[in-house]
Ligand binder design. Structure first.
Ligand code: NAD
Length: 440
């Protein structure tokens, strides 16, 4: 099939490269040349393990292309997958500007290019959008901008479940493949496109598919806050809540996976906080209280404050912050709790030096370099290229990454005190004098 992928960020890049690897003719489109240019040279525009290699193979095989021109992508294309951002607005609602714009771009391009052989083109949202978006945003745009002769459109929602840092593995082994559509032609097209995945394609009502991703992210966030609250209270009783959670997951009546149930630091990143805010905004719009989910967000916000309080309660003003992105193996800094932690400590007059194996001065490129320069210039000044440099003279290390270079540096140059925000630094680091867990 010829597939156009709109938006080449974390989701779009992985989607484009994986579909090209599966033999499709894939055209990625982005308005940002910092995303398009690396792909045309066979490199990934985002940091994701294995993605550079997959992109290089796709480009070399002539199956993966990137462009800023929607017409090149739409020409004879069977499917458009929309993977643009859906950020929070100040009120917590979901900003659908990029979705609307992408649909307008597709509709405009379809008036000037050749239709696919079947004459039918599926427009599929993979971004996370509130229930009703396909009906109330996508539908009206297509009604205003009908396609040219021989082109017919159908629409669907097909949520994406990959996680940054394990994006390729997650793409090829999703928890489920759900297509929300009322149009059987789109259902068939996507069953063909995703038929190679190990899970069957389940065709459901559009709004069910739109709501599903919010249910998943709200539950993941609630699991993190639950485990963190267990850790925060039982720590006062010298309990290792990691062990409590390990046993807890063995309760077969719960039938619950251990993912997201490790006591430790706050959740962050570009999805969980944003999607929780979005659900809470939907509740406000409908005069409905959701105290459980409101509490999940509030509980998460307390974690950074707790860690700051623990730093302030101890001696020393020199802090090494090891790990800046919201988790290991990604360069995504959006809503990273480590960024928040750094800012609060700097605001309190601490001397903070930061090391992150991916977000470091010698590796920052493209869109992420622009993000650091424009949004975090105060942190850029204290970013180092070397974990040992960050630890030099440090009274305290705050560690939110499991990166092996960081673990080695800690073992060779242990500071007086180490607070393990990751919960997974291993027995050698846990044996260091001055080691502290967050929830144990
Ligand atoms: P991102 O910000 O990394 O990438 C979005 C890209 O869309 C940007 O490169 C931007 O330039 C581009 N774009 C904006 N308007 C465009 C247009 N009209 N045409 C072409 N490109 C355009 O976003 P992301 O992290 O990949 O997330 C995308 C969506 O997927 C969001 O709705 C998010 O909630 C959802 N999602 C994200 C993840 C994740 O782990 N990041 C996982 C599952 C779902």
């Amino acid at each position: 099939m010829k597939v156009a992928v709109f938006g080449l960020g974390y989701v779009g890049s992985v989607t484009a490269a994986c579909l090209a690897a599966n033999g499709h003719d894939v055209w990625g489109v982005d308005v940002d040349t910092a995303k398009v240019d690396p792909i045309t040279m066979g490199r990934s525009p985002v940091v994701e393990p294995g993605l550079d290699e997959l992109m290089a193979a796709g480009v070399a095989a002539g199956r993966l292309h990137a462009t800023t021109d929607p017409r090149a992508a739409l020409d004879r294309a069977d499917v458009s997958l929309i993977c643009v951002g859906t950020p929070s607005t100040a009120s917590g609602s979901t900003d659908l500007t990029y979705i609307r714009r992408a649909v307008q771009d597709i509709a405009a391009a379809a008036r000037t290019v050749a239709p696919p052989a079947s004459g039918f083109h599926s427009i599929v949202i993979r971004s996370t959008v509130p229930p009703g978006t396909v009906d109330t945003v996508v539908g009206p745009v297509l009604a205003e901008q009908p396609p040219g002769d021989g082109f017919d459109f159908g629409t669907a929602m097909c949520p994406e479940f990959l996680r940054e840092g394990s994006g390729l593995a997650d793409f090829f082994a999703p928890p489920f493949v759900v297509v929300g559509t009322a149009d059987p032609r789109v259902g068939s097209a996507l069953t063909e496109l995703f038929g190679f995945l190990p899970k069957p394609v389940q065709v459901v009502d559009v709004r069910t598919a739109e709501a599903l991703k919010y249910a998943c992210n709200a539950f993941h966030a609630t699991k993190v806050s639950f485990a963190n609250e267990m850790g925060r209270i039982f720590r006062f009783y010298a309990v290792d809540s990691r062990e409590v959670m390990r046993l807890f997951c063995q309760d077969t009546s719960l039938n619950i996976s251990p993912y997201y149930l490790r006591p430790g630091f706050a959740f962050g990143g570009s999805c969980l906080p944003k999607d929780l805010r979005s659900v809470l905004h939907l509740a406000r719009m409908n005069d409905t209280d959701l105290p459980l989910l409101a509490g999940t967000l509030a509980s998460n916000e307390l974690i950074v404050r707790d860690v700051v309080d623990r730093v302030v309660a101890g001696p020393g003003r020199e802090v090494a912050l090891l790990g800046l992105s919201f988790k290991t193996a990604t360069d995504d800094l959006r809503e990273s709790p480590s960024v928040e932690l750094a800012e609060r400590l700097i605001g309190k007059g601490y001397n903070v030096r930061i090391y992150d194996s991916i977000v470091n001065p010698s590796r920052l490129v493209g869109a992420n370099k622009r993000h650091v320069q424009s949004k975090l210039p105060h942190l850029q000044r204290v970013l180092t290229d070397d974990p040992v440099e960050a630890l030099r003279g440090a009274d305290l290390a705050l560690v939110s990454t499991t990166d092996s270079q960081v673990v080695d540096a800690l073992l060779e140059h242990p500071p007086g005190r180490t607070i393990d925000l990751s919960g997974r630094l291993g027995a050698d680091v846990e044996a260091l004098p001055g080691y502290e867990g967050v929830g144990w």
